[in-house]
Write a protein that binds this ligand. Structure first.
Ligand code: PGA
Length: 247
């Protein structure tokens, strides 16, 4: 049985004032059946992890550098995130791939760094609208999966997130059949490389909100969600956690 995961990605949002959201989330969902994760900006990881304590909400980073330390101004290593109390880190988010030119090879190196630091890597893949319209979706995702997921990935240290670029922050989502097609393809692709692919968690991300969470969670091979905008408020994210628990 795959333990489901509701992951929130705050992106470049949140200051110390927003730490109250995690307390509200933990208070409203003290014992969820699924795993619950918030990935705040790096500035908040340590404080959020301290506030989260041994409660139901885990904390993660949104990116990491592939090296442990060194002359990389402005970067944060996986080891530093782990030291700050993170248990997960997102790698290869499409905003990183687009804004910072991250390649599959770099994303793979970041995932390896996450594993070395004892973090679970959430490796993101997803097609652009142009690629979908050109019928290239599965080719693009297959190549990203092959190039971004390191050989050492296991169901314990790696989660895959399918996030169509055109669905992120737009309010648009693929049809449930389109989500199922990609998630089934991901499961089959992972099975060719990893013995425990059947236990790896596959998240859907892109405009998940309380009103569409239940139907997405009922879709084939969807083990949870990576949520941006709707993770910022405890009430909205809590409703998504509740939908995942009920699925
Ligand atoms: P969104 O973002 O939920 O705001 O669409 C998802 C993500 O980028 O992880």
């Amino acid at each position: 049985m795959r333990r489901k995961l509701a992951a929130g990605n705050w992106k470049m949002n949140g200051t110390t004032a927003n730490l109250a959201e995690i307390e509200a989330l933990a208070a409203a969902h003290p014992a969820p059946r699924c795993d619950v994760l918030i990935c705040p900006p790096a500035t908040l990881v340590a404080q959020m992890a301290w506030k989260a304590g041994k409660g139901p909400v885990a904390v993660g980073g949104q990116d990491c550098h592939p090296e442990v330390s060194g002359a990389h101004t402005g970067d944060v290593s996986a080891a530093m995130l782990a030291d700050a109390g993170a248990r997960y880190v997102i790698v290869g988010h499409s905003e990183r791939r687009a804004d910072h030119g991250e390649t599959d090879a770099l994303v793979r190196a970041k995932a390896e760094a996450a594993h070395a630091a004892g973090l679970v890597a959430i490796v993101c893949v997803g097609e652009t609208e142009t690629q979908r319209d050109a019928g290239e979706t599965l080719d693009v995702i297959g190549a990203q999966l092959e190039g971004s997921v390191p050989a050492g990935a296991t169901s314990a240290n790696t989660v895959i997130a399918y996030e169509p670029v055109w669905a992120i922050g737009t309010g648009r989502t693929p049809t449930l059949d389109q989500i199922a097609e990609v998630h089934d393809f991901l499961r089959a692709g992972l099975a060719k490389r990893f013995a425990d692919a059947g236990d790896m968690r596959l998240l859907y991300g892109g405009s998940v909100k309380p009103s569409n969470a239940s139907e997405i969670f009922a879709t084939s091979n969807v083990d949870g969600a990576l949520v941006g905008g709707a993770s910022l408020k405890a009430a909205d994210f809590g409703a998504i956690v509740a939908a995942l628990d009920a699925s």
